[in-house]
Design a protein around this ligand. Structure first.
Ligand code: DMJ
Length: 626
């Protein structure tokens, strides 16, 4: 019977049944006792009647104390508490309470998802606490190994080439690995590394900032300015911190940002040029004249925080102009093309994706809002929610045959065809969605506070589905490491013979990996999302997935002489190796893995937002100077 046809809820029906049962019992008893015939026979005290009386009393007691509808009434009416259950009987019958055994306390009702989660929790081994601490130590050792390779062969260069044991300046020569790695070393409490990196910054960075040539505005902001600001904050928090005074980090961040501002101030529109020449303070558009949308819109956390610290509004003013301008541009259900022109301020072309050149636009909408919630930047939150709706409507599909949820692309815009291509870069999205749903508090707390909307719950579910897909992009390959790009067999697209090589994976036929996309650059996005999802859902499976990814990095990317290397092909064993350790392996990948295995009070999500390069930046509240 459908619930619509029921005049009452089942609870009401049970309540009525119970009342009826108690009433009939009362009638039986009174009828039995008070008919004249019984009175006479009672007077005669026949043994048979006495035994019958005992039997009736016993039955009465059993029915009253074991009536299940009654149990459900007390638990519903009294909100599962036992106190009101007791009250019910105290008021309802003298002396009954002495016989009353408290009904067992029922667990609160859980949704099917929560049931799975709570099962998972109880499936966690009891001694896992120390196990995770040991795993965290392994991540720390990996960081030391990566740093020692860099220090021995590339100190002061942007990146290490671990196989040829030398350094390379792929990011303009500001010693990007030193700065990117520094706050990870602080979080891991690696005093020696903090001292080495901090001393290098104090001694060499000022000179590099004034003399080096062309740098990319976005890369330099997220890695170097972001790294310095985070190091400033963390070293201020720790009075025994090794290395230079915290103000050294802030001063360098400010000096660098002063030059980077040229990219904004010399542009004819709100969209900054993509490159700056440090030694002559000039700014230039990228070849072709266009900026990446994600690059122009992923500078605000850093510039806002710098304004906050220095008291000079100019950094925030310039950076926020970009987002204010983005608000005015026409979009496609909140989605934006991946190129924008600094000369016209307009989007160029219709290519829409959440991978390269698009990704962190969506990430910063929610994070910049979270950074200063008391500000009047609610338009960012609105833009974020609209974009997520657009993603769900236009980009999310399911793979065949096994239904992995993935995010595809619209290379020709909304009127063109759908491409089932997903960059590994898109794996930032599960973490961002989870953060956007609860604003950093745990799901359990948010449920308790009743603060999740239906949309939040839906976004959280999508986050969990996508995190699974990102994890399966690792599990499907022979090495257990994800390719740079995956395609998904799905409605309108199928390709055979291009699998990841792990024949035991359930998703071997769902995920297609083309030859040109089989490399792995030690990227962080999946472990970033696992970290955030673990903090928010508290489901240990995210830790387990992170651990298996870490083990694969250890097995296939570690270089004996120091450092870790990118791979050319994750689908073959042994994998061919490239000769590069990206700065984000120390800045992001190992940091997120370490935090995934740490207590949630280490860099809590309610107090920090991570910039897109994993540098934690404190959330700005009116009352605190940080
Ligand atoms: C990092 O520089 C940042 O995470 C950026 O947002 C995307 N690309 C790399 C890591 O993959």
């Amino acid at each position: 019977m459908s619930s619509k046809t029921l005049p009452y809820s089942m609870k009401d029906v049970q309540y009525d049944n119970a009342k009826f049962r108690r009433r009939s019992l009362f009638q039986v008893i009174s009828h039995t006792f008070f008919t004249k015939k019984v009175k006479r026979e009672c007077m005669a005290c026949s043994t048979g009647k006495f035994l019958a009386l005992l039997l009736i009393c016993g039955l009465t007691y059993i029915m009253v104390t074991h009536a299940s509808p009654l149990h459900s009434i007390t638990s519903h009416v009294s909100n599962v508490g036992s106190e009101k259950g007791d009250m019910f009987f105290i008021n309802g019958g003298i002396g009954v309470r002495r016989f009353w055994r408290k009904p067992p306390k029922l667990p609160p009702r859980l949704s099917p998802d929560e049931v799975i989660n709570s099962n998972n929790k109880s499936m966690a081994k009891p001694d896992m606490g120390s196990e995770w601490t040991a795993r965290q130590e392994s991540v720390k050792k990996a960081f030391i190994h990566a740093w020692s390779g860099y220090k021995n062969y590339a100190m002061g260069n942007d990146e290490l080439m671990p196989l040829s044991k030398r350094g390379v300046d792929g990011l303009g020569g500001l010693g990007a690995t030193v700065v990117d790695a520094l706050d990870t070393a602080m979080i891991m409490k690696l005093d020696d590394v903090v001292f080495e990196a901090g001393s290098w910054i104090e001694k060499h960075l000022p000179e590099r900032i004034s003399h080096k040539g062309q740098v990319n505005l976005f890369e330099t902001t997220i890695r170097v300015v972001g790294g310095l600001l985070s190091a400033y904050h963390l070293s201020n928090l720790n009075p025994t911190n090794k290395g230079p005074k915290p103000s050294v980090y802030l001063q360098n961040a400010k000096n660098l940002a002063d030059v980077l501002l040229t990219a904004f101030t010399s542009s004819p529109t709100a969209i900054p040029f993509s490159d700056v020449v440090l030694h002559d303070h000039t700014a230039h558009a990228a070849p072709g004249g266009l900026s990446s949308t994600s690059e122009a819109t992923t500078l605000q956390l850093e510039f806002n925080y710098l304004s906050y610290l220095t008291g000079d509004p100019k950094y925030s003013f310039e950076a926020m102009k970009v987002l204010e301008h983005m608000k005015t541009l026409p979009k496609f259900e909140g989605l934006v093309p991946i190129y924008i022109s600094p000369s016209s301020g307009e989007f160029s072309g219709g290519n829409i994706r959440l991978g390269s050149r698009g990704d962190s636009y969506y990430e910063y909408l929610i994070k910049v809002w979270l950074q200063q919630r008391q500000s009047n930047w609610t338009y960012l939150h609105d833009m974020y929610l609209e974009a997520v709706k657009g993603v769900k409507h236009l980009l999310v599909r399911k793979s065949k045959p096994n239904g992995l949820v993935f995010v595809g692309e619209l290379p020709e815009g909304v009127d063109g065809g759908f491409s089932p291509k997903m960059d590994h870069l898109v794996c930032f999205l599960p973490g961002t969605l989870a953060l956007g749903a609860t604003n950093g508090i745990t799901k359990a707390k948010a449920m308790e506070e009743n603060s999740l909307t239906f949309e939040d719950l839906e976004n959280l579910k999508l986050a969990e589905d996508l995190a699974k897909t990102c994890f399966e992009m690792y599990a499907v390959t022979s090495t257990g490491l994800a390719p740079e790009i995956a395609y998904f067999n799905s409605e309108g697209y199928s390709e055979n013979g291009l699998d990841g090589g792990n024949k035991t994976s359930e998703y071997i036929h769902d995920i297609v990996i083309k030859h040109a996309d089989r490399h792995n650059l030690l990227r962080p996005e999946t472990v970033e999302s696992l970290f955030i999802l673990y903090r928010i859902t508290e489901n240990p499976k995210y830790r387990e997935w992170g651990w298996s990814i870490f083990e694969a990095f250890e097995k296939y990317t570690k270089v004996d002489s120091g450092g870790y290397t990118s791979l050319d092909d994750v689908t073959v064993l042994p994998p061919r190796r490239r000769d590069k350790m990206e700065t984000f392996f120390l800045g992001e990948t190992l940091k997120y893995l370490y935090l995934l295995f740490s207590d949630s009070n280490v860099i809590p999500l309610t107090e920090f937002v991570f910039n897109t390069e994993a540098h934690p930046i404190p959330i700005i509240t009116k009352d605190k100077k940080q």
